[in-house]
Design a protein around this ligand. Structure first.
Ligand code: PEP
Ligand code: MN
Length: 368
């Protein structure tokens, strides 16, 4: 079943927010001074939405888990002293009930919560009948259906002001990122739901300040709808996520350094030039597809050969050799090794699938 998201503009108390949606504030609310100081600086930057974690889902116990309800009056005070709209993370029905007592404007659902349909349903049920914008982070694992499922549960509870947040995905192994961005997943989400706004959380993707600008620029270049970024009046003393937080002033210089490119070309001559290049791409893609097909025809001959000669489909040494050689060629051509490896892994998997079908054809025939 294909879901359609019936969405409304993000309008709060008569105020309509437009893209780019910029949300900033500390990872966690730590003290009244920290909230007021950071918040007032954020308000001066004309950023409309302030974020602060009151309940913090930490992967391991022993880390700072937020101060809970004591922090809510500070956020309410900040709201009264500035024009800021306030967003907090909610992970259960109790969080929603408490946050609403303090006029919180926006809820966000964290990555660990999105991964749990029981909790998402509990949140959706608690929000039923409340007109509140909800920002939904991707689940920690790269599962687009789990992300869509959360949006769907909220939608079924009548929530229409939904925004998705790409904050990267957990992985095992080495990476420069804290949570690897898998851009193809939010791009696919956008393709399926063109009216859904998707913002990017460069802080939790990067895990360190030095990478923030690059990830922000990437988000802008991919035409995402905004940024959800952590800032703190004294990042080095932050009680959580200190390496990835920046001061409001540093945030401002990142924002000012970003190049906001246009999503399309309107000038007729420039448009023509782009179309010429795009038709070259179309022709090359067509050639690639025909080459894939030619390769698969040879794979079929090999399958017949292996079947007659009773040879296994996979010879591990041959596969290692293919991967090594292709990576070597990629390097010489200036192509990324990672890219070429992933393309050849997909080709190899398809070759195995074809060979499996052919080599087992007769056997299947015999059993019927
Ligand atoms: C956060 O935004 O502070 C947070 C806990 O993020 P995530 O759910 O993406 O880990
Ligand atoms: Mn954080």
């Amino acid at each position: 079943m294909e879901l359609k998201l019936d969405l409304e503009p993000i309008k709060i108390g008569g105020r309509e927010l437009h893209r780019p949606f910029i949300i900033s504030g500390p990872c966690s609310a730590e003290s009244e001074e920290q909230i007021m100081d950071t918040g007032q600086q954020i308000a001066q930057l004309n950023i409309p939405i302030f974020r602060a974690g009151v309940w913090k889902p930490r992967t391991r116990p022993g880390n700072f888990e937020g101060l809970g309800v004591v922090a809510l009056p500070w956020l309410k005070k900040l709201k009264q002293h500035t024009n800021l709209l306030i967003a907090v993370e909610v992970a259960n029905a109790y969080h929603i009930k408490e946050a609403l007592k303090y006029d919180i404007d926006i809820f966000w659902i964290g990555a660990r919560t999105t991964a749990n349909p029981f909790l998402v349903q509990e949140l959706a049920d608690q929000m039923r009948g409340i007109d509140v914008p909800v920002f939904v982070k991707n689940p920690i694992n790269p599962d687009i259906d789990l992300w869509i499922g959360a949006l769907e549960r909220l939608q079924e509870a009548g929530l229409k002001k939904l925004v998705a947040i790409h904050r990267g995905f957990s992985y095992y192994g080495a990476s420069v990122y804290r949570n690897k961005p898998e851009w193809s997943i939010p791009i696919e989400l956008k393709r399926r739901f063109p009216n859904l706004n998707i913002v990017v959380d460069p802080s939790h993707i990067s895990g360190k300040r030095e990478l923030l600008r690059e990830v922000c620029q990437k988000a802008v270049d991919l035409d995402f709808d905004g940024l959800f970024i952590e800032s703190h009046c004294h990042p080095d003393h932050a009680l959580s996520d200190k390496e990835q937080q920046v001061t409001p002033a540093q945030l401002n210089s990142i924002m000012e350094s970003l190049i906001w490119r246009k999503p399309d070309v309107t000038n007729r001559k420039l448009r023509h030039n782009l179309e010429v290049m795009r038709s070259k791409i179309d022709r090359i893609d067509d050639e690639i597809l025909h080459m894939f097909n030619a390769r698969m025809k040879v794979v079929e001959q090999i399958a017949e050969f292996k079947k007659v000669n009773q040879v296994t489909i996979l010879q591990a040494s041959r596969w290692s050799e293919i991967l090594r050689e292709r990576k070597e060629i990629a390097l010489k051509l200036g192509l990324s090794e990672e890219f070429v490896a992933s393309v050849f892994k997909a080709i190899h998997q398809e070759s195995i699938n074809r060979q499996t079908t052919i080599m087992n054809q007769e056997m299947a025939g015999k059993t019927t």
